[in-house]
Design a binder for this molecule. Structure first.
Ligand SMILES: [Zn+2]
Length: 195
């Protein structure tokens, strides 16, 4: 008796189609009988890199933010796909994945950077559709020497505004808390990054 709930005008699956008057929204033919080309999920990579387990267990919004931070800081502006997926760790546990079929090598500095942006993630090098190498990245004890980090204490000698030319450096205090080497201001590791 669904039709009763929707009223007298119910004639099919879409009882209440919106009447759109704005000219920047135009309905296009949907070719119902054609097989859609959209796919859910990530196509398996034959050669390339897959960054998996990004921000596993965090709220979905934080996982997306972390994916964005990885892409921006590592300048991954290449053909790729990414998304938030279920983790095998539980029904309400999610993780981020970035799939990069065009990248075939990853330098040590980038690995260190990735560990400091998305600790807990894995980096998989794929060759002939198999995982040829897998790196599990944990929170590093120090984060230093990257252009994209800065102490958020305006009065710190390492603050970019001070122009003292010292190398920004953070040391891990506990968990995800780092302290600036110079002024000892505490930062959550995500706040170290300027992006
Ligand atoms: Zn500082």
């Amino acid at each position: 008796m669904v039709s009763c709930l929707l009223g007298h005008d119910f004639e099919g699956s879409f009882a209440m189609e919106p009447e759109i008057k704005e000219d920047f929204i135009a309905e296009a033919p949907s070719h119902e009988h054609r097989k859609p080309e959209y796919k859910i999920g990530i196509k398996p990579v034959e050669e390339g890199i897959v960054i998996d387990h990004i921000a596993t267990g965090e709220p979905i919004e934080k996982i997306w933010n972390n994916i964005e931070a990885v892409r921006k800081i590592l300048k991954l502006n290449v053909r790729s796909s990414h998304g938030v997926y279920h983790s095998f760790k539980g029904p309400e546990v999610y993780k981020g994945i970035i799939s990069l079929p065009d990248i075939i090598s990853f330098g040590e500095k980038d690995l260190k950077k990735l560990a400091a942006i998305a600790p807990g993630c894995t980096l998989n090098l794929i060759r002939d559709s198999r995982v040829a190498k897998k790196y599990r990245l944990s929170m590093p004890p120090r984060i230093y020497g990257f252009e994209e980090i800065s102490c958020k204490n305006e009065n710190c000698v390492s603050n970019p505004g001070k122009n003292e030319g010292v190398v920004t450096e953070f040391r891990r205090k506990s968990g995800s808390t780092f302290i600036c080497r110079y002024c000892e201001k505490e930062h959550n590791f995500r706040d170290i990054w300027d992006i």
